[in-house]
Design a protein around this ligand. Sequence first.
Ligand SMILES: [Zn+2]
Length: 249
Amino acid sequence: MRLIPTLVLPMLLVANGVAEDHGHDPAPAPKPPAAANKPAPAADPHAAPPGSEPAGQGLDAKRALERLMQGNQRFVIDVMNKSHKDADRRTEVAKGQHPIAIVVCCSDSRVPPEQLFDVGLGDIFVVRTAGNVIDAIGLGSIEYAVAHLHAPLIVVMGHERCGAVTAAISGETAPGHVLAITDKIQDNLIGTEPAKGDPVDQAMRINAKAVARQIAESVPILRPQVASGALGVVAVRYDLDDGKVELIP
Ligand SMILES: [Zn+2]
């Protein structure tokens, strides 16, 4: 098998339907959602016509992650390519989209996923919120990309020195609707071990993994996809200083 060890282990862990730190066997996958037995929905207006680029651009979760990581390596050494960033690609994806991954990341202006993964138009389906937390609307967005666009991979990306995480662990009550974000992050930190090293970085990692777990276990759409191996979910950390994306173990 042509596996890249550093990429595959977390993938397999989440591909089994549970995060790696649960300490018990995966619960049996629920039956397919009732919706699966219903007649096929009306034609997806975003779907490509028959004969065009296949779902996920022909990549499974492992290959999609490899492609993103290769793009990040180009970004790190500042040799990004022009692929999928020109007018031809614009014309191509105007007919339909087949993103290779869904990226859930922070709204922080320093972490635009298309750039740091060196991908172009139609390549990734992005859900961004401060602190890369997820709610019902975010899950619905992800479900759409999985069920209708057949993206094979979900990447939850936290980042170094995240302001939302910093606010969440500051001990202060956030103002206005920011409170909804810090509450989410704080919920994701409940019951976790006291931080070792940089507390913001540790909390960011825990938060990203928790969000990945919430996505992987979401029913009725996502969990069966993960359990079947059709969908991979990973958590990664982006380093603001050197531009590197690394898997969070
Ligand atoms: Zn952030």
